[in-house]
Design a protein around this ligand. Structure first.
Ligand code: ADP
Ligand code: MG
Length: 342
């Protein structure tokens, strides 16, 4: 009888991570939080150390025909800083591991590091090490970010309580629409190389795809206002998937209102042009790197006039019920789509 073979696609990315997690138990008291949050949380005495790693692979996460190397370097740092932000922490160091083929010149590596340097300067983090190896053809960049948070200000995905208000920063779906625009322009260019891409109308979305920012500004503002979210995650896979992570970890149900989901008007119009439901770009698009968090109802007063924080719904006590009230008033179950790399 042939040995059993299970496809990874049958489990999906999250199923696979759960399976890995279940195979390990934590042995050190200093490992406060292991697999399952935006970063690991490590007890270093008076504060917590935060560690997170994210890998970007050519052909999966980026296409160098439209991703300039400086932007790639910047983005690779920003997505890691975003995970530290999602713990309400402050990033301090990064290490960078690079797999690179002879397709790339020294000048190309310089450009990549120019982006990394710009991000280090912007987020005030130090590049303190890494690893360099050859790769048969594609480019691989894996960054580990290290940060810190006060013990009583470290925010997990699991602290949400019924009636807490669900907040999201910025706007959603733009990075996904930016990718659709870039893919379309690439196709047009391949069939007719004399065509000049017309990206002006789509500038905001393309910028969100190529040069995302981690919302450290929000982390600092929340600290100034003395607000500690009850739970938090960054939006890397799409709002739906992240909402379900908060719900599952907090043991609470979700109720959000479609009309409250922040979508930029350019994103909205471009989605219509591409025959995509604008809400779907926010729910299932991903790569927004905004912060999704919950606050105690008593903190609403302090944040309610904030220009860049949007209140989209609340948690409730039916932990198996995750709903969106549509613009028409119908009830739609929230389902995760996220990225399917497998
Ligand atoms: P994020 O989107 O915030 O980067 P992920 O969905 O990539 O988070 O990962 C979720 C959790 O699973 C994190 O705690 C991460 O460290 C952990 N994780 C992901 N892949 C692996 C792996 N191959 N082995 C162990 N832990 C993993
Ligand atoms: Mg994250």
């Amino acid at each position: 009888m042939a040995a059993k073979r299970t496809e990874i696609a049958d489990l999906g990315e999250f199923g696979l991570i759960d399976r890995i997690k279940n195979g390990f138990s934590l042995q050190n008291l200093t490992s406060l939080k292991g697999i399952g949050d935006d970063t690991a949380v490590i007890d270093i005495g008076t504060e917590n150390l935060l560690v997170s790693t994210d890998m970007l692979l050519e052909g999966i996460h980026f296409d160098l025909s439209y991703m300039p190397l400086q932007h790639l370097g910047y983005k690779a740092v920003a997505v890691n800083v975003s995970d530290i932000a999602a713990m309400n922490g402050k990033p301090e160091q990064i290490v960078v591991a690079l797999g690179i083929s002879n397709r790339f010149s020294l000048e190309a590596v310089d450009m990549l590091y120019e982006g990394i340097r710009a991000a280090c300067s912007n987020y005030k983090v130090d590049l303190v090490g890494g690893d360099t190896t050859s790769s048969p053809s594609g480019l691989v960049i894996s960054i580990t970010a290290i940060g810190r948070a006060a013990k009583d200000k470290t925010v997990l995905r699991s602290g949400g309580k019924p009636n807490d208000i669900i907040c999201v920063t910025g706007d959603l779906g733009a990075a996904f629409m930016g990718l659709q625009v870039l893919a379309r322009e690439k196709e047009v260019f391949q069939t007719n190389p004399n065509m000049q891409p017309d990206l002006e109308k789509y500038e905001y979305m393309v910028g969100r795809q190529l040069k995302p920012e981690a919302r450290m500004d929000i982390v600092h503002e929340l600290a100034e206002k003395n607000i500690v979210p009850t739970s938090m995650i960054d939006v890397s896979d799409g709002l739906a998937s992240e909402l379900l992570h908060l719900a599952k970890n907090s043991g609470a149900g979700i109720k959000i209102f479609e009309e409250k989901i922040p979508i930029d008007s350019q994103t909205y119009e471009t989605a219509i042009e591409f025959h995509i439901d604008p809400t779907t770009t926010a729910m299932n698009g991903g790569e927004d790197y905004e912060l999704l968090f919950t606050i105690k109802p008593s903190d609403f007063e302090t944040l309610k006039n904030h220009a860049d924080i949007h209140f989209i719904g609340h948690l409730h006590d039916n932990a198996s019920q995750h709903l969106m009230i549509s613009k028409q008033g119908t009830v739609v179950p929230i389902q995760a789509q996220g990225w399917k790399h497998f």
